[in-house]
Design a protein around this ligand. Structure first.
Ligand SMILES: [Zn+2]
Length: 257
């Protein structure tokens, strides 16, 4: 595909704006707050942010990462989420071009960023994201890749595999190892990306989870309880699969031809 500077700019700015909205989702959804009103306020002094305080990244830099009124520190997480979302959006544009599939994958990518951040902070993967996501993934696949057949198989395979692992672990260890949120999240990934990329997501997230888990255990000398929540690995792996999964599958199947 040829990169059009105008399209690239639009996608990057859209990423910053959606990232700014994701900050609200990440902060309020787990706490049960409304996503629309009231407007953002400083957590320290209650100062209501004006339009000039709400420009993604720019406001944060202009104010030196502090509240305009009380000078309380604002988390670096806010501009980070905006920048990461913009980067993930641009990466998708470079792979998919200015196509209908790009719109679907941007929605998917935004959901993954939100799930990553919420799982990291709250160890929670809200149904309010995964269940509508599942529906949107299926409907989009009626018209676009991977196609409804692969999408349905992906949903059942993705959810089914994690459900089985969770069940097996529960019977073996007598405690909950895999949350229901992980099951619904991988089902959503399957609905958007199809069963081939669910396999890619599973393999990548497991390897990354095992490697980082071992590092954390070695450093902290603690048990598996210190490990990061699995949804964070699922989110990163699903983004890699969305971007490069097709190439990875083609390369891998080519090895055995
Ligand atoms: Zn303040």
């Amino acid at each position: 595909m040829t990169v059009q500077p105008i399209e690239l700019t639009i996608v990057a700015l859209l990423g910053l704006a959606i990232g700014s909205f994701l900050n609200v989702v990440i902060h309020r959804l787990p706490r049960g707050g409304s996503l629309i009103s009231p407007g953002s306020r400083c957590p320290s002094c209650g100062y209501a942010l004006g339009p000039a305080d709400n420009i993604p990244v720019v406001s944060y830099l202009a104010l030196g990462g502090r509240c305009r009124r009380c000078r309380a520190r604002i988390g670096v997480r806010y501009p980070l989420v905006e920048l990461v979302t913009a980067a993930v959006f641009v990466a998708h544009y470079l792979v998919f071009g200015w196509t209908p599939l790009l719109a679907v994958r941007l929605l998917f990518a935004a959901s993954m960023v939100a799930l990553f951040a919420i799982d990291l902070e709250h160890h929670l993967l809200p149904d309010a994201i995964t269940l509508p996501g599942l529906g949107v993934g299926l409907v989009a696949s009626l018209f676009l890749p991977p196609g409804i057949r692969d999408s349905l198989i992906g949903m059942l395979a993705g959810g089914g595999v994690l459900w089985l692992i969770g069940e097996a672990y529960y019977r073996y260890a007598g405690e909950e190892g895999m949350g229901g949120g992980d099951v619904k999240m991988l089902a959503m990934v399957g609905a958007f990306l199809g069963w081939q990329l669910v396999i890619v997501t599973l393999v990548f997230s497991s390897v990354a989870g095992a490697v980082i888990g071992m590092i954390v255990i070695a450093v902290k000398r603690g048990g598996m309880k210190y490990a990061l929540p699995y949804g964070t690995f699922l989110a990163i792996a699903a983004l890699v699969a969305s971007l490069y999964g097709e190439q990875i599958v083609r390369w891998y199947t080519g090895l055995y031809r």
